[in-house]
Design a protein around this ligand. Sequence first.
Ligand code: 13P
Ligand code: SF4
Length: 368
Amino acid sequence: MSLDALQTSPLIGNDPVPEEVIERIARARGSLGNQLLILGHHYQRDEVIQFADIRGDSLALAMKARDAAGVRHVVFCGVHFMAETADMLTPDDVKVILPDMRAGCSMADMADIDQVEIAWDVLTDATDERIIPITYINSTAALKAFCGRHGGAVCTSSNARSIVEWAFRQGDKVLFFPDQHLGRNTCHALGIPLDDMVVYDPHDPHEMTGGNDPAEYARRKVILWRGHCSVHTNFMENHPDIMRQRYPGIKVLVHPECRFEVVQKADVVGSTSRIIETVRNAPAGTKWAIGTEHHLVNRLAQEHPDQFVSTLAPFACQCSTMFRISAEALADRLEELTEGVERNVIPVDPETTRWGLIALDRMLSMRD
Ligand code: 13P
Ligand code: SF4
């Protein structure tokens, strides 16, 4: 398929929702009333996001979950770590439901608590300096609890900068997981040279020291976890050049989960909400090459026909796990609730919640 054809291709997976499914959702919502809150992340397909009471990026949705009053069920149209975060932030009697349990996040799966505990031993053996652990919100509840226990915090793509600044006021070094790109991009934007950063590889097969001489951990300021987003790493260093050559004057707008080389070439870098705001506030005729998930890019193209909006890559970068949520699955879960059946509840145990909340509260008490 030609580049032109791809960049104007119809939405992937946005088939019209059958009337019967729309009616089932409307009936169930009517009967559940204000006790139900449906949250939707910006990467959800149109067929799903249209039913969300609130749309948002990870930070906004976490705050909406925390502030929801009188709600008994939060149905999270997003991925597993988002639902876990919502469960920790809501009162005990609020149940958080993920419409399809297959909606995980490949990045969150790249760091588990056992690996992080091993890494912590390696790092704290290597240096007497104080290390502050920062976990991207795209991580399991156990990792958030780890940060709570060890004086660290959670961050999202929209507040990573202020959280890292905070961390350097608390200690000497930062361990940033699981996304090396967000960590590197954020620290570099704060003026930390790349040479002050080192990547810890949890799969180091040899000495179990993360793939480096432990002296490196004593020497560098930032230890980045070897993890990445399988969607955003598809944007390559030459994509901004290709788009600028092809569409003179085009602006490159990317999510900070993209590779360092791509972020360095971007005009604007930001969370999904920042990407949306940037396009919304631009004058007619602006041209954009956007490095983020395909459904969001296509929605922006549809909502702003007076601008030219294209994906940055010459192919569609889709989050296959966000895509697992369908209107049918949403209808099924809502109908079950009307019958008193709670399926796909995402529970976080009380001890993990206690410590995870400490790390989340540190983040939520700091605003950009
Ligand atoms: P935002 O916090 O920017 O919405 O990003 C979430 C995410 O999973 C990006 O891949
Ligand atoms: Fe996870 Fe990447 Fe999908 Fe975001 S886009 S949910 S980081 S796999």
